[in-house]
Design a binder for this molecule. Structure first.
Ligand SMILES: Cc1cc2nc3c(=O)[nH]c(=O)nc-3n(C[C@H](O)[C@H](O)[C@H](O)COP(=O)(O)OP(=O)(O)OC[C@H]3O[C@@H](n4cnc5c(N)ncnc54)[C@H](O)[C@@H]3O)c2cc1C
Length: 446
């Protein structure tokens, strides 16, 4: 097979999710020659973007990616990474990131909140049923808040589209209201960065303890690319695989997932499915979980519910009366991403206790919000935040550099613990901080 001509850049960024897109945009804007290598393609202008078949096309293993224990992981492979399919929630970094690990990204996060106009949706768009759940929770003494969003209804209007956001935004946003990291990839390209799609990096090239490039396959053909600095941002699953192929045996040993379940209850009133996802949330940091309003998209629901039996499956016909609360656990580091491609993420006994606690609270809230007690059930476990696989403090220093000089990681993999809250704002903060660090280094050398 003929190899591609080698590529050259100042900095190679592998992956174009929020981590990669941020680093690439900041460096390209500062005049660096940036090469972005993205395994997936850009699906934003495809007619099937934001549809059920589309979501299968651009999710790893057509959405049938499971851990050894049967936990379903949704891992989008495309320009923009998982922000193409996220719920658009923004959460500041957890206080422990600065307090315990000394990682201060407050300034970068503040700047991003301003830049992207991050705030909760206006009251009238938070959803009648979602608001009913939040008010029920408050009546029980839980201090639910309106969730800040990377989502602006005005953006739809500017694109001459109508704001139309509900559970299906998790297949890809079709109304344009939701910010997607792909937009920052566009900005990087506008500043001169080169974007190569269908470019899967397998390995980092290392010479004398210094990273000098990467190799992989682009559109099926082998390629090599060279640079002084390499930033792996291939996500919590992608980066440890590349690190393992590059001689880091400890990469992917243990992981967090913010393991997630949905708790559903049915009432005679309107449900949450046709409302924007996650408009109200609450963090119970003492008990180790987050709750938020959310419902699975209509066609996804039966595939999930059937695993819980015929009763939950048949309630599909009443999907529009279903109220959903999502539990996201601060799970322990366990299992891992293995060189044979397998993934394991067992729940520890501590995780199970947290889940039981959270489920009890969800039941109380749903009953208070009008759900019939006998209708309430919990879905099987799933994961949308594979993370903590190349952890700060173990594999990376505070500046996200590995023991190989010039090799950095900047994605969900770097979190030293489960975040148990939306990750994207923290990842952007880390990306901006890393870009500054790389620019400062180059200035010092010059
Ligand atoms: C359904 C869903 C809902 C979510 N909702 C929210 C939310 O509301 N708020 C929030 O903050 N977070 C949310 N998340 C989580 C969040 O989207 C992810 O944690 C975040 O996008 C991770 O960013 P990342 O930069 O680590 O990697 P990713 O976004 O995963 O991007 C990694 C990129 O690297 C590419 N890649 C992988 N391997 C290679 C390789 N070998 N070579 C080249 N490229 C490679 C992938 O194709 C991908 O584009 C959600 C996730 C999902 C799936």
């Amino acid at each position: 097979m003929t190899a591609q001509q080698p590529l050259w850049a100042d900095v190679i960024v592998v992956g174009s999710g929020p981590g990669g897109a941020t680093v690439a945009r900041q460096l390209a804007a500062a005049g660096k020659k940036v090469l972005i290598l993205e395994r997936g393609r850009d699906y934003r202008n495809k007619f099937y973007y934001g549809t059920y078949p589309g979501a299968m096309i651009y999710s790893e293993k057509m959405s049938f990616l499971f851990t050894k224990e049967g936990l379903n992981i949704i891992a989008p492979i495309m320009v923009g990474g998982a922000t193409s399919m996220y719920c658009g929630c923004a959460a500041p970094p957890p206080p422990w990131l600065k307090g315990k690990y000394g990682i201060d990204i407050d300034g970068e996060v503040e700047e991003t909140i301003e830049e992207l106009n991050i705030k909760p949706l206006p009251e009238e768009l938070r959803g009648e049923a979602s608001t009913r759940i939040a008010m029920a929770a408050r009546a029980l003494g839980y201090d639910w808040y309106a969730q800040p969003k990377f989502m602006e209804p005005g953006r739809s209007a500017r694109l001459n589209k109508k704001f139309k956001c509900h559970a299906t935004t998790m297949l890809g946003c079709r109304c344009g209201a939701k910010w997607n990291a792909a937009e920052w990839v566009d900005e990087a390209v506008a500043h001169g960065a080169e974007l190569k799609t269908s470019a899967r990096v397998n390995k980092v090239l290392i010479e004398g303890g210094q990273a000098v490039g990467v190799e992989g396959k682009m559109a099926g053909k082998p390629f090599k690319a060279h640079a002084d600095s390499i930033v792996l941002a291939a996500g919590g699953l992608g980066s440890p695989r590349i690190m393992q192929n590059s001689g880091f045996q400890d990469a992917g040993s243990g992981m967090a997932m913010d393991t997630t379940v949905m708790v559903y209850g049915f009432s005679k009133q309107k449900g949450t499915g046709n409302e924007p996802p996650m408009t109200w949330s609450w963090e119970n940091d003492d008990a180790g979980y987050m709750l938020s309003t959310l419902t699975d998209p209509f066609l996804l629901y039966p595939m999930i519910a059937i695993k819980k039996g015929i009763g939950p499956f048949l309630r599909w016909t009443r999907w529009h009366k279903m109220m959903g609360v999502m539990i996201k656990l601060k799970d322990d580091i366990s299992g891992g991403v293995y060189p044979d491609g397998k993934i394991s993420k067992p729940l520890t006994s501590g995780d199970k206790e947290k889940l039981d606690h959270a489920y009890d609270i969800c039941k109380k809230i749903l009953i208070e919000a009008g759900a019939k007690k006998s209708s309430i059930f919990m879905t099987p476990l799933r994961g949308t935040h594979p993370s903590g696989t190349v952890r700060i403090g173990e594999m990376l220093d505070d500046n996200l550099q590995s023991r190989v000089k010039g090799l950095y990681v900047c994605d969900a993999g770097v979190f030293p613990e489960s975040l148990d809250r939306p990750t994207v704002l923290s990842i952007i903060g880390l990306g901006k901080r890393l870009a500054k660090e790389l620019l400062d280094q180059k200035r010092e050398v010059a």
